[in-house]
Write a protein that binds this ligand. Sequence first.
Ligand SMILES: O[C@H]1[C@H](O)[C@@H](O)[C@H](O)[C@@H](O)[C@H]1O
Ligand SMILES: [Fe+2]
Ligand SMILES: [Fe+2]
Length: 305
Amino acid sequence: MTILVEQLDSEIGAEEKKVPAEETDLVLLDGGFVVPGANSFGQTFRDYEVDSARQKGVEEFYRTNHINQTYDFVKMMREEYGKLNRVEMSIWECCELLNEFVDESDPDLDEPQIEHLLQTAEAIRKDYPNEDWLHLTGLVHDLGKVLLHPIFGQLPQWAVVGDTYPVGCAFDESVVHHKYFEENPDYNNPAYNTKYGVYSENCGLNNVMMSWGHDDYMYMVAKENNTTLPSAGLFIIRYHSFYALHRAGAYKHLMNEEDIENLKWLKIFNKYDLYSKSKVRIDVEKVKPYYLSLIEKYFPAKLSW
Ligand SMILES: O[C@H]1[C@H](O)[C@@H](O)[C@H](O)[C@@H](O)[C@H]1O
Ligand SMILES: [Fe+2]
Ligand SMILES: [Fe+2]
């Protein structure tokens, strides 16, 4: 597949043009971006309204996710999983563990997760050959989905995958299937349901509690195990599912200067995360030596998870 990025600056803030999937194979986006017009099910990417069996499952996923992700729940999960006392393993071992999982929140992909990791990383590598940290970020960004595994207590999908959003302040309308938040106990709690809630203007995303899932968990793992990935890589890992921010531009009032800088890279990354999803398989054995060399450069041999 081809994803062209002309220039970092011209891309920032570019909105995508909606062209019906059947009209063209490739959709031209502002900023010189060329992406496929349809996902592997023949539908436009991230269309949460289309009527299909897979979409019904996705909607049910978001219903349970929105009801259960409360401020208290997130606090508890952060404390529990922040202990990193479950297992010692390498990055590659974790990639292999993900082989068995399919993400129920994803309308665009029903392949095992390891395929998605390599598809993302390889698509970035093609267009940004010199940014090896970004290739590796592609490989590791979804490793937190290992929380689905019995070793980690086999968390339900609603506590691991899907888009993320801040808790402790009002849920923005741009979050997919927003209506299901009405059944979240925080929805009617005056401490948590105003624009700022427990936060203050430009407090920085680092001080914001995001709904619990694979992003925040993998960020913790990478940081606590002293990765040498740059700050933009860690930011991508932590906020790549925060579509309300990087797609819809909501919650900007919580960002600080550093977040604004890092968001530029997240927007670039997102194109590869999303549009590289396809049925085209990557030859794992062929690319493995390259990724092992990157893992060695940026991570310890074994990490605490
Ligand atoms: O369904 C997907 C999937 O869970 C991704 O890993 C996540 O990053 C996206 O935000 C979400 O929409
Ligand atoms: Fe993800
Ligand atoms: Fe992903």
